[in-house]
Design a protein around this ligand. Structure first.
Ligand code: PSU
Ligand code: MN
Length: 307
């Protein structure tokens, strides 16, 4: 964590978040790349607001993270959320971008990687997202492995997600998580969920059916000094899940399109997301909103038990 002087220089806390952290009340961090680069307007803003509301309804304080005008913001006002949802002047900010964006007074949406980093700097123990980045299909030739995984490996932050999209290689992503010692706990599931669908075919080691049990393992890990994060895999609600064949085809199509157009680097994930959205006629967006909201709910319920 930063000292008081560094905090003052670089970070801006919303009043609500500052108060919660000072009084040891549970806080849930929320990422902002999903707002700026993961969903279209106005659904992005509506979802950001509904997730914050759900976090509050479940007894925690929401802290959406972003870089605005070179300051690391922890907890955004409604106006700032609207800015993140509408401005074209926002850099998708992973770890390598973080210092540059801050030093030059720019705006950055935090990916899962930099949201974990920000949560860790602020002393927040849990982050909610939709899906994490991971090992991309074809990574053996492209080397495209999201920084999300390394950041998860190094900070004591739990991330609640709906598994990984099959734009990624889910099997390789699980292998990578294992190598770096990141536990993956399935919430009411035996399998790693595949974001738009409840199952991926990849078994998880641990299924836990209630939030208290999940929190117990997270707290034990921390007390034992086993540094690094935990991934909680929370499947999309059944009524919002997509047909596996429909979404599978849309993803295959998106990957071929990305290859044809020579998309690479940080553009890959946003390109694939919007291509899938087009191919499914917006159905994927409805599913996406529902699973993020569900993660906000379960994330807040877990956060209350963390110490
Ligand atoms: N997956 C989604 N929606 C998203 C992202 C991933 O379903 O919005 C975003 C997250 O912010 C994640 C980032 O951290 O994409 C990963 O980008 P990359 O693959 O370039 O590391
Ligand atoms: Mn990448």
């Amino acid at each position: 964590m930063l000292n008081q002087e560094q905090m003052k220089k670089y970070m801006v806390f919303s009043e609500e978040v500052r108060d919660a952290l000072e009084h040891n009340k549970p806080v849930v961090a929320l990422e902002s790349t999903i707002i700026s680069h993961g969903m279209p307007y106005p659904e992005n803003l509506e979802t950001a607001l509904s997730c914050e509301r759900i976090v509050r309804e479940n007894g925690c304080v929401p802290a959406t993270t972003a870089i605005i005008g070179g300051k690391i913001h922890v907890g955004l006002t409604e106006e700032e959320l609207k800015f993140m949802a509408t401005s074209k002047d926002i850099i998708k900010c992973s770890r390598r971008d973080y210092a540059y964006v801050i030093a030059n007074g720019l705006n950055g949406a935090t990916t899962v990687a930099t949201s974990i980093l920000t949560a860790s700097l602020a002393g927040i123990k849990l982050l909610v997202t939709g899906g994490i980045g991971g090992v991309h299909r074809g990574a053996e030739t492209t080397f495209d492995i999201s920084r999300d995984l390394q950041e998860l490996a190094t900070h004591n932050v739990t991330v609640v997600c709906a598994g990984a999209k099959s734009i990624l290689d889910i099997g390789l992503t699980l292998e990578y998580l294992e190598t770096f010692g990141i536990p993956v706990y399935g919430y009411q599931t035996d399998e790693m969920p595949a974001f738009y669908t409840q199952n991926s075919g990849f078994k998880l080691d641990y299924r836990m059916d209630d939030v208290e049990t999940i929190a117990k393992s997270i707290n034990t890990k921390r007390e034992l000094g086993l540094d690094g994060g935990v991934l909680v895999a929370n499947p999309i609600p059944e009524d919002a899940a997509m047909d596996a064949a429909v979404i599978g085809e849309a993803i295959d199509l998106a990957i071929r399109e990305a290859e044809r157009e020579g998309i690479h680097g940080k553009e890959t994930t946003p390109f694939l997301l919007s291509s899938v959205l087009n191919a499914t006629g917006g159905q994927s967006l409805t599913s996406n909103i529902s699973l993020v909201e569900n993660n906000a709910k379960i994330g807040a319920q877990i956060a209350k038990y963390l110490y």
